[in-house]
Design a protein around this ligand. Sequence first.
Ligand code: ADP
Length: 406
Amino acid sequence: MYILVINTGSSSVKFTLFDMTAPAALASGLVERIGLTGTELHYRNGKGHSHRGEVVVRDTTEAVGIITAHLTHRDYGVIQSLGEIAAVGHRVVHGGEEVNQPVIVDDEVKRIIETCFELAPLHNPFNLKGIEACEASLPGVPQVAVFDTAFHATIPRHAYLYGLPYRMVKEHRIRRYGFHGTSHKFVSAEAARFLEVPLAELKIVTCHLGNGCSITAVDGGRSVDTSMGFTPLEGVIMGTRCGDIDPAIIFFLMDHKHMGPEEVNDLLNKKSGLLGLADVGSSDLRDIMAARAKGNQQADIAVRTFCYRIKKYIGAYAAAMGGLDVIVFTAGIGENSPPVRELVCDGLGDRTRGLGITVDHAKNTAGNGKLGAIHSDESRVKVLVVPTNEEQEIANQTVDVLRARH
Ligand code: ADP
């Protein structure tokens, strides 16, 4: 069975075609800078062919058109016709309170995605465009929406409420939603499989540390709390986002620094986090680590502050779940940065005291980018590196939806 996974952003369409009976993707790539100068397509198939180059693409529909033309191309395509695709799985960021699972797209689902435009203005409108472009290019092929928020629908009320007037939830839908759900779901299931323990028996803290970062408490396979909130701005420190701050800082900046709402929004979302703290002109942890290695004090402080916040969330979620069996590190930083993993877990106790988490230095240094354990023999809690694969998880969930239909 062939499943096409599509992730549509404001100026890009990413795609992966899976043969669900084979381990590796048949083809993948993206069209980027859509509607801007220098629009490029990157394409690779599973047979070793890859190319990239400038294309003339004015909108999402044309981007999907050029992607499908590549997939069926006589020389480097991987399928004969688009009719071979059983379904398209779409990443949709926000499903609000109305959806808690992947669904086949119909008019009602499109309405739900639209009602969440105001909750995810930078994502949902483009996600819907991607769905409509695929409906046009692949008529008759089921479109499945897989929501980033859906995995967090199990978070209990006491964890999703803010200390605001209760009518704020009812009237304005202001509550914690959480994001990166597809990744947290995938890596927690992978961790259980790796440990050969049923997911239902595990209390896991999953640390998704990429450009955006979020931590989730997964108790028995269900998300019971997560660090991102009403928007992805809340939680740990990220590449350019500030994470948790005292909300009064916003009013201080507006009153005393005469910043407008747009300016404050821009500061907190795009100029803060590792970028603002380290001040080395980059939000990329590799650049910050390179500066730190050369003795840059501010880069060192930024890394330590970043790791300390993650540590606090691990402690909080161990308390929330009444225990902790596994910590998972995933995404660009989580999978590739031994110093971050070591600093996060440093001082979290041993078998007799604290949370019982110790990392093995050699295993941690060796355990990069691949599925494996990095805890020491005396660690009570297992610490794992688990590469995330959101595209694979979207494809898996798309198949589940198709099977449930029959
Ligand atoms: P996104 O959230 O955009 O999907 P990724 O999960 O790809 O991001 O993570 C991107 C981040 O991962 C980069 O900003 C970089 O800081 C970090 N990263 C990638 N490789 C390494 C590495 N070898 N060492 C440290 N950090 C890394």
